[in-house]
Write a protein that binds this ligand. Structure first.
Ligand SMILES: NC(=O)c1ccc[n+]([C@@H]2O[C@H](COP(=O)([O-])OP(=O)(O)OC[C@H]3O[C@@H](n4cnc5c(N)ncnc54)[C@H](O)[C@@H]3O)[C@@H](O)[C@H]2O)c1
Ligand SMILES: N[C@H](CO)Cc1c[nH]c[nH+]1
Ligand SMILES: [Zn+2]
Length: 435
């Protein structure tokens, strides 16, 4: 069922691997031309333009951009008790991990009288995108809001697409916002939501940072407004890569490939293995399991698209080179000595180790974050964390003696760079001291 790429007997370089590994035919850059006019229109026409795009893409025109806080309270009161309990468990575990991620301020005494402090200060106002097209994501409320709260962000805004027929975001998304004490929510999704956050519209004041996952339009829109606001890593259509050897259970491997293909027809599921027998068994399992799933149509599309496939390699070492070149959002290691293999991987959004750590656990209740880099961005970026919402500000305090002690070197470097006024800003303070 999965397209096969046979690399046995070859050792391609990381660069050539990038060119041949499975990847989506439509990339973020190619969607920029679609989202840029939407962003420009919302920037100029504001709330009305946002509603026009909701009508076009979500099939409903919200009565108001801002969700009445009473709707949030009502949604929480109406929430199924089992969903509430599961969300509470997820919140508790995610909070436990993210509370420990906050780095303390760091004070370094460089020399006596010369101190540099790195002070971590939360971003003032953040906009959190919660998807709501093909599936509903109350779990993404948790994954965005908890780290922002742990960082100490004052002003937290959630946006999520309006649903038919109410024109409000999904009920469970609203309930999760209420559970976490977020009361500023806007009924808008896609590129139009990113524009509302970046430039402001209606009651929504612009934010400083936009985070959160979304489909390719949301991801492209975040890239388009980068610089006007900060964004987290590009967290687009979901990907799973599984590095497995002959010890892996094909039933589990197939179930995990399917689980992430379920998100989106453009989701990617990639198996990397040194066992042709496992690859065959996984194909058989996919053929058995896919028709039994609720969303078999989009799963089938995702698994048979150019972004998915099986890569056959000579051994696990060659497999590590492949998964490093691929830089998956999620990487599962289902091999002998999985912990040691995982320790050798450099590029992945998150690594799930061994038979009992499926990606679905991380999607909801592991305590880790599920907003993770896609499209190869794991080569340079990490997933959402408490640190994403903090900026390090250097605070420099030197006394006169400490400045005098290093003045000669500052002047030398300033003159070497042909910027002598830089040196004079130091010597002006020390005149009369014979320096
Ligand atoms: N990487 C991560 O961390 C992560 C986490 C969770 C979900 N995801 C991904 O988030 C995505 C959620 O996607 P979704 O579609 O369900 O919800 P979504 O909220 O991301 O997208 C829905 C919006 O897409 C816009 N849209 C749809 N078709 C359009 C078109 N032709 N032109 C312009 N805009 C259009 C609409 O405005 C709509 O409101 C999935 O791809 C999933 O894999 C990623
Ligand atoms: N796998 C998605 C991207 O990390 C997150 C998610 C939310 N709900 C289910 N799954
Ligand atoms: Zn998922």
């Amino acid at each position: 069922m999965l397209t096969r790429l046979d690399l046995r007997g070859t050792r391609p370089s990381p660069r050539s691997l990038r060119g041949i590994l499975p990847r989506a035919a439509v990339d973020v850059a190619s969607v920029l031309a679609t989202v840029e006019p939407i962003i420009a229109d919302v920037r100029h026409r504001g709330e009305n333009a946002a509603h026009d795009y909701s009508e076009r893409f979500d099939g409903v025109r919200p009565a108001r951009l801002r969700v009445d806080p009473a709707e949030l309270t009502r949604a929480l009161a109406a929430l199924d008790p089992d969903i509430r309990e599961a969300l509470e468990v997820a919140i508790e575990r995610v909070r436990k991990v993210h509370a420990e991620q906050r780095r303390p301020d760091v004070t370094t005494e460089v020399v006596p009288g010369g101190v540099v402090v790195e002070r971590f200060v939360p971003v003032t106002r953040v906009g959190l995108y919660v998807p709501g097209g093909l599936a509903m994501y109350p779990s993404s409320v948790v994954m965005n809001v908890v780290p922002a709260q742990e960082a100490g962000v004052d002003s937290i805004v959630v946006v999520s697409p309006p649903q038919k027929p109410t024109g409000l975001p999904d009920e469970r998304v609203l309930a999760a916002c209420a559970l976490l004490g977020v009361d500023e929510v806007y009924a808008v999704g896609g590129a139009q939501a990113v524009a509302v956050l970046a430039y402001g519209a209606g009651e929504c004041e612009p934010v400083d940072l936009i985070t959160g996952p979304g489909n390719i339009y949301v991801t492209a829109a975040k890239r388009a407004v980068r610089g006007v606001v900060a964004i987290d890593a590009e967290a687009g259509p979901t990907e799973i890569a599984i590095l497995a050897d002959a010890t892996a259970d094909p039933v589990h491997v197939a179930a995990d490939l399917i689980s992430q293909a379920e998100h989106d027809p453009s989701a990617a599921s990639v198996l990397v293995t040194d066992s042709a027998e496992l690859a065959d068994a996984v194909d058989e399992e996919l053929a058995r399991q896919v028709p039994l799933t609720k969303h078999s149509g989009r799963i089938q599309t995702a698994l048979t698209g150019p972004q998915s496939g099986t890569v056959l390699v000579d051994d696990v070492d060659a497999g590590v080179a492949v998964v490093d070149a691929y830089a998956a959002e999620h990487l599962e290691i289902q091999t002998r000595e999985a912990g040691a293999v995982a320790a050798r991987v450099r590029n992945a959004g998150a690594i799930f180790v061994g038979a009992y750590s499926p990606v679905s656990l991380g999607d909801y209740c592991a305590g880790s974050n599920h907003v993770l880099p896609t499209g190869g961005c794991a080569r340079h970026s990490g997933g959402l964390s408490t640190q994403t919402f903090l900026r390090g500000i250097h605070v420099i305090t030197y006394d006169e003696a400490a400045l005098a002690d290093v003045a000669r070197h500052v002047v030398t470097l300033a003159e070497a760079e042909d910027l002598p006024a830089h040196g004079q800003a130091v010597t002006a303070r020390l005149r009369g001291q014979g320096r």
